[in-house]
Design a protein around this ligand. Structure first.
Ligand SMILES: Cc1cc2nc3c(=O)[nH]c(=O)nc-3n(C[C@H](O)[C@H](O)[C@H](O)COP(=O)(O)O)c2cc1C
Length: 363
């Protein structure tokens, strides 16, 4: 990953996010400047798995023309090796191993974050999978399963393997998405690892980006929820480092356009209105909280069942030409994906021909 590192600013990486960072989202983000590197959603790896076609499509149609790292989750070593070999026949820069997913169903199978309870197994996986990867081989980890005190030992383990980058999400598996990020653990990793370390967790604006880089000395920032909420974020961070000034200052109507672009990119003639509303709420759950008094925008969006109402709420809240301050000051919404707060998708009798509701967004 060293070849990708810019000289005078951190490498900017879009975090992998299941069901969010798909091809449609990458396409939209690329128009806003996008990250320097994309990580795919994870490929689930087990005895009978084949790489998921929809994720392979994101690689084939790579909209940003930037390097892509394909992420795998699993613990079956022959299957991980076979999948790594298969993925390397596609246009990727490397393979990443997920050691952080906190979903109970994943951890019970001793995959993702569940592997952090079994360092010996991680040791074997890193040795055997590294041997099967001729491209970059990277690891994305949390700092322990139960406690941050596990991290020094995990770091010793990672140091024994020739990995090309380590992304550290500065929380334990148990901490899920609690608003505490142990940046000191990331700093320790950046100090001790021979490979570049990327900091991950709660980077939501230019100020927090700068603060995390200063506090951790990480060579890169991996950003997830902050980039869903504010697609200008990568551009703003680049501007801050390169010119000392953030010129990109979107306003609420720009945010309205971004939401519409997400809608246009995710349009699918086979998708019912209600299903599309559900898909849009996956994004909006990260975008809308914090806008309007007492989360008024998100509170009005949550019960919405059809696209016409969804965009009527957007129009009500995003028409004023006020600056959109992105994540400044607002905590990031906790994770919707891992079940802390489920987005409700209710059946609706009303299925509207969406093309009639909305003008086309255009890039
Ligand atoms: C909806 C959602 C899906 C996620 N899916 C993945 C995934 O597929 N692979 C992974 O390594 N991490 C996944 N994560 C974790 C993120 O990559 C990232 O580590 C986490 O959100 C913290 O970064 P942030 O504070 O910048 O969002 C997911 C997170 C969210 C919110």
């Amino acid at each position: 990953m060293r070849d990708f590192l810019p000289e005078d600013r951190p490498l900017l990486i879009l975090a992998p996010m299941q069901d969010i960072t798909d091809l449609a989202f990458w396409r939209v983000l690329a128009r806003y400047g996008g990250p320097d590197v994309y990580y795919t959603e994870y490929f689930r790896v087990h005895g009978d798995s084949r790489p998921e076609k929809y994720i392979l499509r994101s690689i084939e149609e790579n909209p940003g023309d930037k390097p892509i790292i394909a992420q795998m989750i699993g613990q079956d070593i022959p299957a991980l090796q076979r999948t790594a070999q298969a993925l390397q026949r596609h246009k990727i820069a490397g393979i990443d191993l997920n050691l952080g997913c906190p979903a109970p169903i994943v951890c019970r199978k001793e995959a993702g974050g569940g592997l952090l309870r079994n360092p010996e197994k991680i040791d074997t996986i890193l040795r055997e999978v590294r041997a099967a990867v001729h491209l970059q081989f990277t690891v994305k980890t949390r700092i322990g399963f139960d406690s941050p005190e596990e991290f020094p030992n995990l770091l010793d383990l990672f140091r024994r393997h020739p990995i090309d980058a380590l992304t550290v999400h500065g929380r334990t598996v148990r901490e899920m998405y609690k608003p505490v990020v142990h940046y000191d653990a990331i700093e320790r990793a950046a100090r001790l690892m021979a490979c570049p370390v990327f900091a991950n967790g709660d980077v939501r604006c230019v100020d927090s980006a700068r603060r995390v880089v200063t506090e951790t000395n990480a060579r890169g920032l991996m950003i997830g929820r902050g980039a869903i909420r504010n697609p200008w974020l990568f551009t703003q961070i680049r501007e801050a480092y390169e010119t000392g000034e953030v010129r990109t200052q979107p306003r609420l109507p720009d945010l309205r356009l971004y939401i519409e672009e997400l809608y246009q990119e995710t349009r699918d003639p086979h998708l019912r209105d209600i299903a599309h509303v559900g898909k849009m709420k996956k994004y909006l759950g990260y975008i809308a909280p914090g806008i309007g008094p007492e989360d008024a925008f998100w509170k009005e969006l949550r019960p919405v069942l059809n696209l016409r109402d969804l965009f009527a709420v957007c129009d009500r809240h995003l028409a004023a030409p006020e600056f959109f301050t992105g994540g400044n000051g607002n905590p990031l919404p906790s994770d919707l994906f891992h079940g802390r707060e489920k987005v409700r998708v209710l059946p609706s009798a009303e299925t509207l021909p969406s093309a009639k509701i909305l003008p086309s967004a255009g890039p």
